[in-house]
Design a protein around this ligand. Structure first.
Ligand code: HEM
Length: 429
């Protein structure tokens, strides 16, 4: 079969394709256009995510296509050692331990360490939007893509002035690895990725020169390492920063975009959140299930594996279709329906097992604060007339091209927001 993820239905509504794959019952198909096995059933996707002895991560962050020779030469120069997402045992447990010790990954730790950053950054962006009352804005550039990168830069202690180039490098990495660039673009994007890697190495060198006494993530990891290469090498510290700068924002940007799209897409949903912001966490959880920000993730089989009637040979690259698994009717009743009343966090949008997303709690906090502050400050926010949903061509990161909206501050007729929920936000200077 052909997945054709870079055009057609996949860039407007990939759910149509996932439905077809699930309907035929096999749960695993070979996609000739990508040279990848597609795994779609919930049971199989969860098994693959959770079983590192059969499904390895070593090629997770490398393109599925054969890069042009000049691009390949540039890839070879990016000697970032595998850590966490790209690592297998024994490197994975060691680097994951380091990350868990230095990066907050529970609701309580995230609130304590990053709560103030998230609220300050959300308020700044909401103030910028309210300053544009009555205007048409793009909620991706003006909010969803902006917030998570600003938060992650604060956590890593990276100055705001580096925002634009990190954003560009990171977007380029997503297009390079999980998109379909032509040979000339591969070279351009790989050159950017190499610069990005050198930037992360310089960041670590700078913290070392400063004695890593700061409260930023890189200083914390260097403290944890305490000069011992058995714990972590300097290159591994740089590689952690390299990964977090991308993983920490492109994903949450996608989540925020999906939340706003679903919330604003039906007036009743938005008004329900305006009237009762305590619905936000359930709304976000159902958004994660139905429209995951990463809806496909790569693994490599280390041995032949049989899933139902299908045997996948050893050495095969598999695309775990998280988006399809989250809509498997064997697990979810009426799976295509957006129903925030569903309970549980059993969707696979943050993965499962030993590689479970380290940033899940941070992403949930960012989305909740964002939704609460936006509904309070701009209750009349609405999608711009004529908006047509379309995603960037990519088989892993589901990112909107744009989300045009009109900043209407007024409380819309028919909604009764609770007075105490409408907190003033500081207007941008
Ligand atoms: C909505 C937002 C996010 C989504 C949908 C998401 C999704 C994922 C997924 C699917 C994985 C792979 C899990 C697996 O292989 O089992 C993952 C891993 C990871 N994520 Fe996230 N992520 C999000 C936010 C974040 C944030 C905010 C950070 C950090 C600031 C982060 C850092 C990581 C890291 C470091 C890993 C690798 C963990 C490991 O391999 O041990 N993610 N994430």
């Amino acid at each position: 079969m052909q997945l054709n993820p870079f055009a057609g239905a996949y860039v407007t509504d990939p759910g149509i394709i996932w439905r077809r794959l699930l309907d035929d019952g096999a749960g695993a198909h070979f996609a000739e256009d990508l040279g990848l096995w597609l795994i779609s059933k919930y049971e199989y996707v969860r098994r693959a995510l959770g079983d590192p002895t059969t499904f390895a991560n070593s090629l997770t962050l490398l393109p599925a296509y054969n890069p042009a020779p000049e691009a390949l030469a540039l890839f070879a120069e990016i000697d970032a050692p595998p850590v966490t997402a790209a690592a297998d045992p024994p490197t994975h447990p060691r680097t994951r331990r380091a990350l868990r010790a230095t990066f907050a990954n529970t609701d309580r730790r995230v609130e304590a360490q990053y709560g103030e950053i998230v609220r300050r950054r959300v308020d700044e962006l909401v103030a910028r939007l309210t300053a544009r009352r009555g205007e048409r804005v793009d909620l991706i550039r003006g909010f969803a893509a902006d917030l998570p990168l600003r938060v992650v830069l604060d956590i890593l202690g990276v100055p705001d002035e580096d925002f634009d180039r990190i954003k560009a490098w990171s977007d380029d990495q997503i297009a390079l690895v999980w998109g379909q660039p032509g040979p000339a673009d591969q070279v351009r994007l790989a050159r950017g990725l190499l610069e990005f890697w050198r930037y992360c190495q310089d960041l670590v060198d700078l913290r070392l020169r400063q004695g890593h006494r700061g409260d930023d993530f890189v200083s914390r990891v260097l403290d944890y390492r305490n000069g011992d290469d058995e714990v972590l090498t300097r290159a591994e510290v740089a590689s952690m920063a390299f990964n977090l700068l991308v993983a920490g924002h492109e994903t949450t940007a996608g989540l925020l975009a999906h939340v706003l799209d679903l919330a604003l897409g039906e007036r009743e949903r938005w008004l329900g959140l305006v009237a009762d912001p305590s619905r936000a966490p359930a709304f976000i959880e159902e958004t994660l299930r139905l429209t995951p920000a990463i809806d496909g993730w790569l693994r490599l089989t280390l041995q032949p594996v049989t899933l139902g009637d299908v045997t996948i040979p050893a050495g095969s690259r598999c695309l775990l279709l998280i988006g399809a698994a989250n809509r498997d009717p064997a697990v979810y009743r009426d799976p295509e329906a957006f129903d925030p009343e569903r309970t549980g966090r059993d969707h696979l949008s943050f993965g499962y097992g030993p590689h479970f997303c380290i940033g899940a709690a941070l992403a949930r906090l960012e989305a909740e604060v964002a939704l609460r502050r936006l509904t309070a400050a701009i209750p009349g926010l609405r999608l711009a007339p004529g908006y047509v949903r379309s995603y960037k061509p990519n088989f892993a990161f589901r990112a909107h091209r744009e989300l045009p909206a009109v900043v209407d501050i007024g409380v819309p007729a028919g909604s009764r927001p609770r007075a105490q929920e409408i907190r003033p936000v500081v207007e941008a200077a």
